[in-house]
Design a protein around this ligand. Structure first.
Ligand code: ATP
Length: 323
């Protein structure tokens, strides 16, 4: 099996050499460099632990994947997609950063940014709904992160409030890139790693034979043409904005099939009192034809985000109190 540690991060360490000179050496981190604490959460194929770097005392979230289980469940491809994608997205505060990867006989380890604030979904469930100010702030941070990942040739394909984590400042960190699609990187002449282009590997040119994502947020073009591109993430963004203001996603039914029917029929409603500027934004994101949907730049300039900062400044703003 391919467990190659392509692109694994290393840390720099100061050492004194035999002649007494200080030299900077790069050292690869391993399991023994961390002390493991409590379990932060569990996924279908992983357990996430709080862990501390013994040397720097910095805290991380370490995702541990059992090799046997991944092989048995045929998830090797997804594990590699997640790592390759995260290794491409290391320069944005709104995306969970992968610092190191390593392995032992039984497991793979991903050392990630610690997100103490939990999932945006959990926070939303506590408050029920967000007011316009909170929706604008979290919407702006999510959009800024989407803009960055798209600029680096990554389509997330499974954006939803569960995959938006929050750090100790209650700022956004997007996670779960296991079903992402890697386009050729505009800043990297090498082709994307093989098997990293989607569930169908190298043959997946803008098409995916199988459904990826979560029923409520899946775009109509994925259901009708089995294709997903940058606009698919902006469909999900429209669903998230609606959900923050209303407390539930726009398309929701008893079964996946019925949810899909609502999506392709654009069957959803705004409750009374839904803010008009937000309504206009959502209506322009939830457009069936992906080519007629708002782009990231359109959304940044939409009146709902009037006066909103994007870029570096946005990540220095104090998060609004949740209401
Ligand atoms: P599944 O694989 O079933 O879809 P998942 O994608 O949530 O689940 P993981 O990414 O392994 O699986 O995460 C498991 C849980 O650990 C999450 O629900 C989340 O609460 C927690 N978690 C994941 N990453 C972090 C992180 N960087 N910081 C803090 N907690 C995290």
């Amino acid at each position: 099996e391919d467990w190659k540690d392509r692109g694994a991060a290393v840390s720099m360490r100061k050492e004194v050499d035999a002649e007494g000179r200080t030299v900077i050496k790069s050292v690869k981190k391993g399991v023994r460099d961390f002390s493991f604490g409590r379990v932060l959460g569990e996924g279908s194929y992983s357990t996430v632990y709080l862990a501390t770097d013994r040397q720097t005392l910095r805290e991380y979230a370490v995702k541990v994947l059992e090799k046997k289980h991944i092989i048995k469940e045929k998830k090797i491809k997804y594990v590699n997609i997640e790592k390759n994608t995260l290794n491409r997205l290391t320069e944005h505060p709104g995306i969970v950063r992968l610092y190191y990867t390593f392995q032992d006989e039984a497991s793979l380890y991903y050392v990630l940014d610690l997100c103490n604030g939990g999932e945006l979904l959990g926070v939303l469930k506590k408050t029920g709904t967000f007011d316009v100010e909170c929706t604008r702030f979290y919407g702006a941070q999510i959009l800024d992160a989407i803009a960055y990942m798209h600029s680096r040739g990554v389509i997330h394909r499974d954006l939803k409030p569960e995959n938006v984590l929050l750090d100790d400042q209650m700022h956004v960190k997007i996670t779960d890139f296991g079903t992402a699609k890697l386009l050729p990187d505009p800043r990297d002449p090498r082709p994307p790693p093989e098997d990293a282009s989607g569930p169908n590997g190298a043959h997946d040119d803008n098409r995916t034979a199988s459904f990826v994502g979560t029923a409520e947020y899946v775009s109509p073009e994925l259901l009708t043409d089995k294709s997903a591109g940058k606009p698919s993430d902006l469909w999900a963004f429209g669903c998230i904005i609606y959900q923050l203001l209303v407390g539930r996603p726009p398309f929701k039914a008893a079964t996946e099939y019925l949810t899909f029917q609502k999506i392709v029929g654009l069957e959803y409603e705004f409750p009374a009192g839904f803010p008009p500027a937000a309504r206009d934004l959502v209506e322009r994101c939830l457009v069936l034809d992906p080519n007629r949907r708002l782009t990231v730049e359109h959304i940044k300039n939409h009146e709902f985000f009037d006066g909103q900062q994007f870029g570096k400044e946005l990540w220095r703003i104090k998060a609004p109190r949740l209401r």
